[in-house]
Design a protein around this ligand. Structure first.
Ligand SMILES: [Zn+2]
Length: 709
């Protein structure tokens, strides 16, 4: 397939020829304490298949949809920056965190520009950067919800000033790395210098102010871009300060509580608590700090928190945030919302904010680079094929804030927009059964767009011993320089995630020496096979690890991975009470769901009951014209009546498997026993990828389907 939008320019530079701004999306190229390093953003080009299509959608549809919303009366109101710049007079509404979401939009443009070199994007970024420069105060501060009155700065912890400025820092670094222009970076330097002075002057006050600490990741990248030591010093101060001023007031609005992970200092923390977006951004920033300073206590804390999330609190889709509508208390008694579950095994089923889920993927990918442990890459992949795409419709123009794994066919929340240009227009609330263009909290759409537009940067890593690590699969071409100076180019060809066959062709290698290529063997595969130049190897790939192939490589060499994708019925640890006797269906990295659109008699089918017999035979079928091209799973399920007959005929028991669970295991595939064929009460079902739900009008949807066994 040839992409319709833009031409991917294949750039290849030797190590010495590369312009200085060329660097990675997470630039840990000089970080002393990482096992794996990102490669420059310019080195991976998408070519065809799933990821090229998603990138194309981000470039052609998502970016314009964001711009339209942000120039309209969306709460990430771009006009507020114009007003702060003195270009317009009109009062503009917007959320406190709107600036941050505007900067994420610019970052997304930079990622798209990195691949398609569309001059209109370059010009648009230049125009907005100029306006941002005019909106910035002379001392470097900028947060348009506060304005230019210095007395109003840092008065309310939930004013999101650090969220806004943090996303500015990140977006400016990415813009510089992509374009080589220092216009945005200069603004960011002034801002980072301001923050340094502010924190040095009032460290006690500032301890509570990074309500949503995107500034931690932003400051790490500012240090990496400029090598300015004070930016790393400030990152260390910000991480150390968090939790240093616990608040006697338990109200989350005042800071110093579990809501923003600042009741307990990080090094003493054992739990994932509080707001799941702020938490993940904090953990990412702390991982970035560990990459620079090697403070083992930080890594140990992050490993404890990671286990708490992935062994007790995530849904199978990597959805992690609980409902904001049920204001609740953390284990230490603080008010929290949009939070990691307050108790283990209370899966978030109905909420799971898109930003929080993507943030968990960002945390996983950083942990992978710190440790080289394949389990983190496996969980990163869970986000890539599920909750990232569920946040946007298949046209790339309508969005979800919440990513429930069950839906009752209703419209869900509806609220009346009371501010902005169209006060009577109804827009959706957080929990919705219909995707929306506008919402009163617009953080998720730019998160989906910037992540979709740059995720190919996570496909490969290099290590200091000259090895190349291949993490994720999708049609692309890589041309990079390994740590020992070897120039290497290769092409991946695959129909992943619909098929598990991946062909890697070596296009160029300029060094006559053996090189190790490490291929990720996902934990979900069984009996994978690898061939090199059509010859079987004596390597036995182990699911859930990386397979190393060490040999001399030449142009024309071809490695083929065959990763079988058995359809798995996944059950939850019985401690997750609400998921007992239910299964989720996975094939490869993709989580499936049963969606029954109301317009297709969904209610009638629901009323008759849908149960999966444990010996169900599901058949994969790729349908190119359905839901943007997906593999569906078809099979015969049971109605209420059929379930009774099935259990009676097979002397089966209608209960959870009694097999012992491995310590820390949250989800596992069930063993399918042989049972007699179904004779009555059948209903034909067609499961679709979870991410593609809510594209056929209002619907009943379940990831977790009742099981008959
Ligand atoms: Zn969000």
């Amino acid at each position: 397939m040839v992409l319709a939008l833009g031409v991917f320019v294949s750039l290849s530079y030797s190590k010495d020829e590369k312009p200085t701004h060329y660097s990675a999306v997470i630039d840990n190229s000089q970080s002393p304490f990482v096992k794996l390093r990102c490669i420059p953003m310019q080195d991976t080009k998408l070519t065809e298949g799933f990821w090229a299509k998603r990138f194309n959608l981000a470039a052609s549809k998502m970016l314009p949809a964001l711009e339209k919303a942000m120039l309209g009366d969306c709460t990430a109101n771009l006009n507020r920056i114009q007003r702060a710049a003195g270009l317009i007079d009109e009062h503009q509404h917007g959320s406190p965190w709107g600036d941050g979401d505007n900067y994420k939009w610019i970052e997304a443009m930079a990622h798209v520009y990195n691949l398609n070199k569309n001059p209109h994007l370059d010009k648009k970024m230049d125009e907005w950067i100029e306006i941002i420069g005019k909106a910035q105060d002379p001392d470097g501060y900028i947060s348009t919800n506060i304005g230019h009155d210095k007395s109003k700065r840092f008065q309310r912890v939930n004013a999101h000033e650090m969220y806004n400025m943090g996303h500015l820092l990140t977006a400016a670094c990415i813009h510089y790395r992509v374009t080589g222009k220092d216009s945005f970076l200069d603004i960011a330097k002034q801002n980072a210098d301001f923050l340094y002075k502010q924190w040095k002057a009032e460290p006690v006050k500032m301890a509570r102010f990074p309500w949503n600490p995107s500034a931690f990741m932003g400051m790490a990248e500012m240090y990496r871009t400029t090598r300015e030591p004070k930016y790393l010093e400030l990152l260390q101060i910000m991480i150390d300060n968090r939790g240093s001023r616990p608040n006697p007031d338990r109200n989350h609005a005042y800071g110093g509580t579990d809501q923003t992970q600042d009741r307990v200092p990080l090094r003493q923390e054992t739990l994932a608590v509080g707001h799941a977006v702020t938490g993940n951004y904090f953990y990412c920033g702390a991982a970035d700090l560990y990459a620079e300073n090697g403070d083992k206590e930080i890594l140990l804390a992050l490993e404890r928190i990671w286990k708490d999330i992935h062994e007790k609190k995530t849904d199978i889709t990597l959805g992690v945030a609980m409902d904001r509508h049920s204001e609740s208390l953390s284990p230490r008694g603080d008010e929290v919302h949009e939070n990691f579950a307050n108790e283990p095994y209370l899966q978030p089923n109905l909420y799971s904010e898109t930003c929080a889920n993507i943030g968990t993927g960002m945390f996983n990918y950083r942990m992978f680079m710190l440790t080289g442990d394949a389990k983190y890459a496996d969980w990163t992949e869970r986000m890539l094929y599920n909750t990232l795409h569920s946040g946007v419709d298949l046209q790339g123009e309508r969005w979800f804030y919440c990513n429930p794994v069950s839906w009752d066919g209703t419209e869900g929340d509806k609220i009346k927009q009371t501010n902005g240009k169209n006060p009577n227009r109804l827009v959706s609330g957080h929990r919705s059964g219909l995707r929306w263009e506008f919402m009163n909290c617009y953080c998720c759409p730019p998160s989906v767009t910037r992540t979709t537009a740059n995720i190919h940067n996570w496909f490969y890593n290099i290590s200091d011993d000259g090895d190349l690590w291949i993490n994720f699969y999708g049609g692309n071409r890589l041309s990079t320089t390994l740590a020992d100076g070897t120039k290497m180019a290769l092409t991946q060809t695959t129909d992943y995630p619909w098929e598990g066959r991946v062909k890697v062709s070596i296009d160029e290698v300029n060094n006559h020496k053996p090189i190790s290529l490490h291929f990720r063997i996902p934990s979900w595969t069984e009996n994978p096979i690898v061939t090199v130049n059509s010859n079987k190897t004596d390597i036995h790939p182990v699911p859930g690890s990386y397979m190393e192939i060490y040999r001399y490589w030449s142009p024309g060499d071809e490695i083929i991975l065959d990763l079988p994708m058995p359809i798995r019925l996944m059950e939850a640890n019985p401690k997750v009470g609400k998921l007992r006797n239910k299964v989720a269906v996975m094939r490869g990295p993709v989580v499936y769901c049963l969606e029954l659109p109301r317009q297709e008699s969904g209610e009638a089918i629901i009323n008759k009951g849908v149960f999966l017999p444990e010996n169900i035979q599901l058949t994969p079928e790729y349908r190119p014209a359905f839901l943007g091209g997906v593999t569906v799973l078809k099979g015969q399920a049971l109605t209420h009546e059929g379930k009774k007959a099935y259990i009676r005929n097979n002397n089966a028991i209608d209960s959870q498997s009694a097999d012992a669970w491995i310590e820390g295991e949250l989800y596992r595939a069930i063993r399918q026993n042989s049972r007699s064929a179904l004779i009555q009460g059948n209903v034909e079902v067609e499961l679709i990828p979870y991410y593609a739900w809510a594209n056929r009008g209002l619907a009943y949807m379940d990831v977790w389907i009742p099981l008959a066994r």
